[in-house]
Design a binder for this molecule. Structure first.
Ligand SMILES: C[S@@+](CC[C@H](N)C(=O)[O-])C[C@H]1O[C@@H](n2cnc3c(N)ncnc32)[C@H](O)[C@@H]1O
Length: 243
């Protein structure tokens, strides 16, 4: 008998709501669609999440790691490792019950193996992940302008040419720093917004048009989500809403 034979059965994603976190239905759908679309049409590459909390979105990402691809997650996990006083305050206010052990235990209820876990500030991520290696980067760590700006610059360095970045909280009232850093990247670095939800902006520094059009076509048959295109600052983007 092997250890695998005695391991408890893994949970399926229909139990994801048992994991505390901030990852909503429209974004779960978009993660699954974008990652499957990349699997079928390219680009190939690694996955990266900055800011895992207790693992809700990481567990979904973990289901899309293909043979030969690597999944890295980065989180401070506690206020002691915070790079500055504002981050330490943010950690204490928003994430008082977070520990690395909670994240790992949640993840292992859904997967046999942990991803590559970097415990530390997202500002160090380019020292752990090779440049131009990632097809998908989820930025969901600090809400402070200077950190998000740096996270976006790191994503640009780490993504492959047509890789996709997802930026959480780009429009929440309590996260003006994320909004400023996100639209600054659109207006000054060539980030093309592809699709927006209530919570996240998805963009690429590569080709946006065919990705957006494929998603728009796919949404026409979705039972609860619908998309509408809009021109913003020279970009055609898709807004996704729930019926
Ligand atoms: C909004 S939560 C992430 C939510 C998660 N993706 C989910 O699906 O529920 C933000 C996370 O970012 C982490 N964090 C905040 N500032 C950070 C920083 N500068 N570097 C790395 N992680 C950070 C926090 O510890 C927290 O776990």
């Amino acid at each position: 008998m092997t250890a695998q034979d005695t391991a408890p059965p893994l949970l399926t994603l229909d139990r994801l709501d048992e994991v505390e976190g901030w990852f909503f239905a429209a974004d779960r759908y978009l993660f699954e669609w974008l990652l499957s679309h990349q699997r079928d049409h390219g680009p190939r590459g690694d996955l990266l999440e900055l800011g895992v909390y207790k693992g809700k979105s990481a567990i979904v990402l973990g289901h899309h790691v293909a043979e030969g691809e690597r999944f890295t997650v980065c989180d401070l996990f506690d206020a002691d490792g915070a790079p500055d006083a504002s981050t330490a305050t943010e950690m204490r206010v928003y994430y008082p019950t977070l520990t690395r052990q909670v994240f790992e235990a949640n993840y292992l209820r859904f997967h046999r193996r942990l991803p590559n876990v970097v415990q530390g500030s997202s500002s160090e991520i380019t020292g752990h992940v090779p440049a131009r290696s990632c097809r998908f980067v989820h930025i969901d760590a600090s809400h402070l302008y200077h950190h998000v700006r740096a996270d976006i610059a790191a994503a640009r360095e780490l993504l492959t040419e047509d890789g996709v970045v997802s930026l959480d909280d780009f429009r929440s009232p309590h996260t003006p720093g994320v909004a400023a850093a996100t639209w600054e990247a659109v207006l000054t670095t060539g980030l093309k917004p592809v699709v927006l939800t209530e919570s996240k902006l998805y963009g690429t520094w590569g080709s946006a048009d065919s990705l957006r059009d494929s998603l728009a076509a796919h949404l026409t048959t979705h039972p609860t989500l619908w998309g509408v295109t809009e021109e913003v600052a020279g970009h055609t983007l898709l807004r996704v809403h729930s019926r």
